[in-house]
Ligand binder design. Structure first.
Ligand code: CUA
Length: 329
């Protein structure tokens, strides 16, 4: 797609060519249908035109075969949009296991990134090539939208909750990052760059920021600062659920429902503790709405995630991903 007059952005992620293929298919089907209809209109208008004043056309009885054909064929074509689109949608919404975790906060008017190791950046995101990257994103104020055209990634970032998306860059380089949701006067300036680096260069870059303390360390400090540890503890003194190994596990609620403890659940449980009360516990926890910044919430989430047994300790990278077999579909 690199010509003198580029109609499309670079294809720089595993998803890019798949998104483009579906897009071309939609364009091709639309163009074919439009052309077919236009040509038939002109052809029939000429063929069946009224030839004399007294001309009476012969009555048409209709044809069941024809009617079934022109109902079923378009139905199948439409369903192909659906199934193709749905498979892409699922692929885009399911980060492969072992993805590199990066936390993102959108605010008027900048993008803030935090790596697990503690590296922080603004309007600039460094990622390694050939490795899936999962972004957990929150907003401090209004709706923003994280958009990297070259990766075909666009995700609304909403206040009051976490959302996530993922991508895997396939080519080193610098790619433009935009905010794609009008968010105030300087919305158009809420841009940045994603710097895709070779894995070794990325490791070097990461280690330059070491010393800042990892994200989960920062979360652990907040955890103690807000005295969360006085209730959330593994022993019998606990007045709140034990948080060890919580992330990703099902949780039984007082209401009888079961939910999966994902990032969004943890965030909600901090700002609105009684929304999903865990079975067997009293509604004692105060809300921390407004007391902890969006970045703080991400840090706490990273900390709670780090308590999960079997998860790599924060600061230590999971091995580079080779198991991409099932990721292409
Ligand atoms: Cu943020 Cu537009």
């Amino acid at each position: 797609m690199k010509t003198g007059f580029p109609l499309f952005p670079d294809q720089a992620s595993t998803m890019a060519s798949r998104v483009d293929a579906l897009y071309f298919y939609l364009v091709a089907v639309s163009a074919f249908m439009s052309l077919l209809i236009a040509v038939l209109i002109i052809y029939f208008a000429i063929k069946y035109r009224r030839r004399t004043e007294s001309f009476l056309p012969t009555p048409v009885e209709g044809s069941l075969k024809l009617e079934i054909a022109w109902s079923v064929i378009p139905l199948l074509i439409s369903l192909s949009f659906f199934f193709w689109g749905a498979s892409l949608f699922f692929a885009m919404n399911r980060p492969p296991p072992g993805a590199l975790e990066i936390y993102v906060v959108g605010k008027q008017w900048m993008w803030k990134f935090q790596h697990l190791d503690g590296q922080r950046e603004i309007n600039e995101l460094h990622v390694p090539v050939g490795r899936p990257v999962r972004l957990t994103m929150g907003s401090e104020d209004v709706i923003h939208s994280f958009f990297v055209p070259a990766f075909r990634v666009k995700r609304d970032v909403l206040p009051g909750r976490f959302v996530s998306t993922w991508f895997e860059a396939t080519r080193p380089g610098r790619y433009h990052l935009f905010c794609a949701e009008y968010c105030g006067t300087k919305h158009s300036g809420m841009t940045g760059w994603v710097e895709v680096m070779e894995p070794v260069a990325f490791q070097n870059w990461l280690s330059q920021g070491a010393g800042a303390g990892s994200l989960s360390d920062a979360g652990s400090k907040l955890f103690i600062q807000h005295a969360c540890n006085t209730c959330h503890r593994p022993d019998s003194q606990a007045r709140g659920p034990n948080l060890e190994g919580l992330l990703g596990k099902p949780v039984r609620l007082q209401s009888g429902q079961t939910v999966i403890a994902d990032e969004q659940y943890i965030r909600e449980s901090i700002v609105a503790p009684n929304a999903k009360l865990v079975e067997g516990f009293q509604p004692l926890m105060p809300t921390f709405q407004g007391l902890i910044s969006e970045e703080g919430l991400l840090q706490l989430t990273a900390y709670i995630k780090s308590l999960s047994k079997g998860a790599p300790p924060p600061g230590e990278m999971a091995p580079p991903v080779n198991e991409r077999g099932d990721r292409s579909k």
